[in-house]
Design a protein. Structure first.
Length: 317
């Protein structure tokens, strides 16, 4: 079967692993990278700086000549490749008219939405193309259960949940005596995979008693972090982005220093280095689980998470 996967391709955890897994299964899979249409000159004078800002504005607002080129190029790619399935991740850069034209060519349209496009916290323009496209999709997969009914009400009768997952090549116990079979989760099923842990000990800079690796969000998670910092006897480490926006950031910075993100191998080392890894669920997106709920157990680390019925259905209490 011939697949075309469309995403911005800025992250290694969304379309990229889908691409690899489909290829491993013997499928013919092709990539359409939306980021190629928003490339800006890396250096230059005033004109180059103005062009970079103009390109970023087009990407943020989902309008302008760049998104026009993207949609025309996607339509041409479909006409040339003739895929049986077009799998869109997010779909916020693709016009409803483009999807309708592609569907008329007999292509089966599938979308996976890892965000919550119905949240009132998003500016109105962010999801306008996707929301208008919902009735055109043949099937939509939601990251979270609450969006399944949202998709159905918006006009897509075939809506299901496709859970996130950990990546076996990036999330694994670092210090282990031998190869250990584990269970990996993809969508609503479990795939029995073989992990290949290394024997390298965790570097001291990643070791902690308790850690949280994730972004700041105005959902109260920083209040818990502040309470942990008040307990002077807890060896706590914090990794992630946007923490400078927290009202508690001055205290956090004084106690912990610079807060940096951790990705790929570094992220796995952070999980392995913690005795307890925390999980906070996004209040903005109404999450009842998150990717970390799979990544932390895959690393062999004790996970402490908020309780939800969804998580309770995934793990034995």
């Amino acid at each position: 079967m011939r697949w075309l996967l469309a995403e911005d391709w800025d992250s290694h955890i969304y379309a990229e692993p889908f691409f690899r897994r489909l290829a491993e299964l013997g499928e013919e899979v092709h990539a359409f990278k939306e980021r190629d249409f928003y490339q800006a000159p890396p250096v230059g004078g005033v004109l180059a700086a103005c062009e970079r800002r103009w390109i970023r504005a087009q990407h943020r607002l989902r309008l302008g000549p760049r998104i026009l080129r993207l949609n025309l190029a996607l339509l041409r790619r479909v006409e040339d490749l003739k895929p049986e399935i077009l799998f869109l991740f997010r779909g916020d850069q693709v016009w409803p008219s483009t999807l309708a034209a592609i569907k008329q060519r007999g292509v089966y349209l599938v979308g996976w939405q890892n965000d919550n496009p119905f949240s009132s916290a998003h500016p109105w323009y962010v999801w306008r193309h996707f929301l208008r496209s919902i009735p055109i999709y043949d099937r939509l997969y939601a990251y979270r259960q609450c969006n399944i009914e949202d998709f159905v009400r918006a006009g897509c009768a075939r809506a299901n949940q496709l859970r996130d997952a950990y990546l076996r090549e990036l999330n694994y116990p670092i210090s282990a005596p031998q190869h250990q079979p584990t269970v990996a989760t993809l969508a609503s099923a479990y795939l029995r995979e073989l992990n290949y842990p290394t024997h390298t000990p965790t570097a001291p800079e990643y070791a902690s008693g308790v850690s949280f690796c994730g972004h700041w969000e105005a959902d109260g998670r920083d209040d818990y972090i502040a309470a942990i910092l008040d307990a002077q006897d807890i060896d706590f480490r914090l990794w992630g982005t946007l923490w400078e926006r927290s009202p508690h950031f001055p205290r956090i910075k004084r106690r912990l220093g610079r807060i940096e993100p951790a990705y790929k191998e570094k992220y796995n080392a952070v999980l392995n280095g913690a005795k307890i890894a925390l999980v906070f669920l996004s209040g903005l997106n109404k999450d009842t689980y998150t990717r970390r709920c799979f990544e932390i157990p895959a690393a062999g680390t004790f996970m402490l998470a908020q309780y939800t019925r969804d998580l309770a259905s995934l793990f034995t209490e």
